[in-house]
Design a protein around this ligand. Structure first.
Ligand code: SF4
Ligand code: SF4
Length: 182
């Protein structure tokens, strides 16, 4: 969670800087075209553990039931597995990539990936915070040495651990959620 705290601090600071320049953030609850149109969102192993933990042990009530049903019927789904009623069911533990993607001026149109259609409207995260977030996560992957961590961040070596969220077998998560309830 420390990595997410650092990421969120960095995003908040980057947004504030832009807002001071007169720009207006377009992202808002219920706006979720990005969760439908982005098909290659990366997720790191530690993030996957957090998502599994949250879905099985924390998520409650109607949202939990809706997510389980959705996870068992992914074939027809035209969005991320976790988009339920146009909001992220795992918002608290959503991956860094989701936290970092923010758009100014106009909300994304259906099917639009603003990174390609209007890059200038997409927030550029502050590198120092992103690097710090990876730095606190790397020891969980066994990279404890400070110089090694610095090198992996500099060369982008840690991105080799990332998986594409949409390509993972999320239906098994519904079974794990059921098993936890017994
Ligand atoms: S990135 Fe685009 S679609 Fe996603 S919340 Fe922001 S404005 Fe809406
Ligand atoms: S994890 Fe949540 S925020 Fe990220 S794409 Fe999926 S629904 Fe959207």
């Amino acid at each position: 969670m420390d990595g997410y705290l650092i990421t969120d601090q960095g995003i908040s600071e980057a947004i504030s800087r832009e807002e001071k320049q007169g720009r207006k953030l377009a992202c808002a609850r219920g706006c979720a075209s990005c969760c439908k149109s982005h098909e290659t969102i990366p997720v790191y192993p530690l993030e996957l553990m957090g998502m599994f933990w949250y879905a099985t042990e924390v998520l409650e009530g109607e949202l939990r039931e809706k997510l389980k049903t959705q996870l068992r019927n992914l074939e027809a789904l035209q969005s991320c597995s976790f988009l339920v009623d146009n909001a992220c069911a795992l918002h608290v533990v959503r991956p860094m990539a989701c936290r970092s993607f923010n758009v100014f001026n106009t909300q994304c149109a259906v099917g639009e990936d603003a990174y390609y259609t209007r890059r200038d409207d997409v927030l550029t995260p502050i590198k120092k915070y992103t690097d710090d977030a990876f730095n606190v996560m790397l020891p969980f992957y066994g990279v404890k040495n400070k110089a090694e961590r610095r090198k992996m961040i500099k060369t982008g070596g840690m991105h080799q651990m990332a998986k594409v969220m949409r390509e993972l077998n999320w239906s098994s998560l519904a079974d794990k959620m059921d098993a936890f309830e017994k």
